[in-house]
Design a protein around this ligand. Structure first.
Ligand SMILES: [Zn+2]
Length: 194
């Protein structure tokens, strides 16, 4: 506390599963042999062997966070695998630059399953999320009219305008194919933005 150093606080959420948070000691009571710890927002999930007592509400909260993160991590691995680590639009093949995008977003009840996912590079993910780029249910890419009419440097020319009318590079297995109904729903959002 005196030196202002931070600690790592491991909160046990299930057997063998812990959440680590940055923590600081903010109050010391040597007589009562107690001290007060302030927690920073939860930063990462780790495995370990320390045990911290949590009340039921905390336990449920942490468990939900852990499950959410596990689902997200799982979704990414499965989607990128299905698309052979390539952007489905431009075929870029660097996992550091790839995301697993939801077709129907989380917030609209889209499930984290491969048929509701697309492997997209960062640029195409953002363009898709902002309805600058749409994907038709027959797996063809469309670029919004105003972007097609714009003139700018190579990223716009090659990265955006150049993908208009391109078919998606799809997974090999039928069960991994993007769900046409989900695409239809999402395409509607794109059409409304056009
Ligand atoms: Zn791409």
């Amino acid at each position: 506390m005196e030196e202002g150093l931070s600690l790592l606080y491991f909160a046990g959420v299930a057997q063998g599963l812990y959440i680590a948070s940055a923590a600081m000691i903010v109050e010391d009571d040597p007589e009562a042999l107690t001290f007060t710890v302030a927690l920073a927002p939860i930063s990462s999930v780790v495995e370990g062997s320390l045990h911290v007592e949590l009340n039921e509400a905390q336990r449920r909260y942490y468990l939900r966070v852990v499950k959410q993160r596990a689902n997200q991590a799982h979704f990414r691995v499965e989607v990128l695998q299905a698309y052979r680590q390539r952007c489905t639009i431009c075929e870029l093949r660097h996992p550091e630059l790839l995301d697993a995008a939801h077709i129907v977003p989380d917030s609209q009840g889209g499930r984290p399953v491969v048929s509701n996912g697309l492997a997209l590079c960062k640029i195409h993910h953002a363009a898709f999320d902002h309805s600058m780029v749409g994907i038709r249910p027959d797996y063809v890419v469309e670029v919004r009219d105003d972007l097609l009419a714009e003139s700018d440097g190579p990223m716009l020319r090659h990265g955006i305008q150049g993908i208009h009318g391109r078919p998606l590079v799809l997974p090999k297995r039928v069960e991994w194919m993007p769900d046409p109904e989900a695409l239809e729903l999402r395409y509607e959002t794109f059409r409304l933005a056009s």
